[in-house]
Design a protein around this ligand. Structure first.
Ligand code: NAD
Ligand code: 3PG
Length: 527
């Protein structure tokens, strides 16, 4: 098997490259390239490991013809076009916890730097001024800290602030009352937070709802003398309005690690009173960088080498232990999806995926993804289990997952049923042993077959002589039969013949088979 190739395109701890190599990937570290250079290079790679500098745009994804996974060594994925990646079947994963403590500590450091004006005092002291009378700070003890966003980082900041004897109020629409009690904060509205907080710190992602959350209007509502810290994302604060309110003194200080446009080489905030900043250093500690580098490389290698999925933003998780157990099911699921897609005609409105016996205990999401990938492959060559659920949704297909506790005839069974204009069409399969996928039912007829390579599906009247006639026709056309499987509804009724052949069956042979006596349906299949 050829080794998966991974490109690390942002500065990353060397542990990432080491882990990729140890886990069986070839890795190149090429950082600081322009988008055009990355576009020219990316087609060679199966995996792309990034931080926040590389922008994974639609243009890059279009050029990434082999790409299977983008791994973000860090938290924010606003530099990745996730919906486009999903459409392309590329998994996007991040490392949601590796730099949280480090970033929370940076926010606390910024708060203290603001409270005591440390950066300016340091600069002027080193310039030889000894400006002892120029600086009067404030204590944080007893003050109110307003958290906007109380997720992983926000809750760590809260814990540190409580240790500093601050009162913490939080605005986060997704914070439950129980969780607020657990992390020791008072849940408030944004207006209440603005009215009460002596310090405000932001810890939300940048979304349509959070963009400009500290707008000019909201900044004006903040308590006079407030100090604001942003170690989350640029774009959460109106930077021009913040600059004006620092100038007027309504806001006593602001500390930003992140800017709306990065790298921020100029800004209306530069030089404003009590404005301090760092160049997106929130995650920059040795500990955090080792954490995220190790984790992203482990996760990406798991996916590329074993099919394990963790911390993906566009796909359900699948542990590296589960992956080998699920592999034969995924093959079965994909074949059943493909079979039903090739046989059921017309507009499909609904699909249900039933799991019975041992299959009922498995993680259903990847199985569903594989069924949909098989089904949708007839519409697109680039479909896989990552983008198939998105394509199915786009086409308005109603997808249902059903698990049965009941014991059936088979120790394990997957059944796929599609709703068509002609009614429901159902196929089912099992595993022989624990590894070998087998079809066991097709549209209500019991039949045992491997679904592989080129096949021919025939429905005919169950009458003597037919098998000889089809065998002769294929033989006369130089088509060798590999396997031959028969099933029927009842004696003398409708019979199903599923045979595998060593080459694709030409259209004229399909037409001749359709013209044979007693034949109702002939469909060539490919798996
Ligand atoms: N400066 C840095 O270097 C650095 C480092 C790490 C993370 N970050 C950024 O910090 C942010 C937070 O990270 P996290 O790990 O805590 O994320 P998280 O997902 O754990 O928490 C985000 C919180 O924001 C809340 N939220 C969402 N929409 C909201 C809204 N409209 N109003 C208020 N709250 C809202 C969510 O409910 C959640 O609790 C992310 O944007 C991340 O990219 C920055
Ligand atoms: O979201 C994150 O993890 C931080 O913004 C860190 O970004 P960085 O990896 O570019 O330092």
């Amino acid at each position: 098997m050829t080794k998966p190739k991974v490109l690390i395109s942002d500065k990353m701890d060397p542990n990432a490259a080491r882990i990729f190599e140890e886990r069986g990937c070839d890795v190149d570290v090429i950082t600081g390239e322009t988008p055009e250079q990355l576009i020219a290079r990316i087609g060679d790679y199966d995996g792309l490991a990034i931080r926040s500098s590389t922008k994974v745009t639609a243009a890059i994804l279009d050029a990434a013809t082999n790409l299977k996974v983008v791994g973000r060594a860090g938290i924010g994925v606003d530099n990745v076009d996730i919906s486009y990646a999903s459409g392309k079947g590329v998994v996007v994963m991040n490392t949601p916890f590796g730099n949280s403590i480090t970033t929370a500590e940076h926010a606390i450091a910024m708060m203290f730097a603001l409270a005591r004006q440390i950066p300016e005092a340091n600069t002027r002291t080193q310039q030889g001024e000894w400006p002892k009378n120029a600086f009067m700070g404030v204590e944080v003890t007893g003050k109110t800290l307003g958290l906007i966003g109380a997720g992983n980082i926000g809750s760590i900041v809260a814990a540190r602030a409580l240790g500093l004897k601050m009162k913490v109020v939080a605005f986060d629409p997704f914070l439950t009352p129980d969780r607020a009690v657990e992390i020791g904060v008072e849940k408030v509205t944004l207006d209440e937070l603005l009215a009460r907080a002596d310090f405000i710190t932001l810890h939300t992602p940048l979304t349509d709802e959070t963009r400009n959350i500290l707008s000019a209007e909201n900044l004006a509502k903040a308590k006079p003398g407030v100090r604001i810290v942003n170690c989350a994302r640029g774009g959460l604060i109106d930077e021009a309005a913040l600059a004006e309110l620092l100038e007027s003194g309504h806001i006593a200080g602001a500390a930003l690690d992140v800017f709306e446009s990065e790298p921020a080489k100029e800004s209306p905030l530069f030089g404003k009173p009590n404005f301090i900043c760092t160049p997106h250093l929130g995650a920059s500690t040795t500990e955090a960088q080792v954490n995220v580098a190790l984790q992203v490389a482990e996760q990406m290698a798991d996916y590329l080498v074993n099919g394990g999925v963790s911390n993906a933003l566009n796909m359900p998780s699948l542990s590296a232990e589960e992956a080998p157990k699920l592999r034969p099911y995924m093959k079965l699921a994909e074949s059943l999806g493909s079979l039903v897609g090739q046989l059921a005609h017309g507009n499909l409105t609904q699909i249900s995926i039933e799991r019975e016996g041992s299959a009922a205990d498995l993680n259903g999401k990847p199985i569903t993804g594989a069924v949909l990938a098989g089904l949708m492959r007839q519409y697109s060559d680039t479909v896989n289990m990552v983008n198939a659920p998105y394509l199915a949704k786009e086409r308005g297909l109603d997808v249902r997952e059903i698990r049965h506790d009941r014991e059936g005839v088979y120790h394990t069974l997957l059944r796929v049923t599609v709703g068509t204009e002609q009614g429901d069409r159902s196929v089912a399969g099992t595993l022989f042993g624990s590894e070998a996928p087998r079809l066991v039912e097709i549209f209500g007829v019991g039949i045992e077959a491997e679904l592989e390579g080129n096949m021919l599906y025939i429905v005919n009247e169950d009458a003597p002589g037919f098998i000889g006639r089809i065998g002769t026709l294929l033989g006369e056309n130089g088509i060798n039969i590999g396997t031959f499987h028969l099933g029927r509804r009842d004696a003398g009724g409708e019979a199903v013949l599923l045979l595998s052949v060593d080459m694709p069956i030409p259209a004229d042979v399909v037409a001749k088979a359709s013209a044979l006596e007693g034949v109702k349906v002939v469909t060539p299949l490919a798996f």
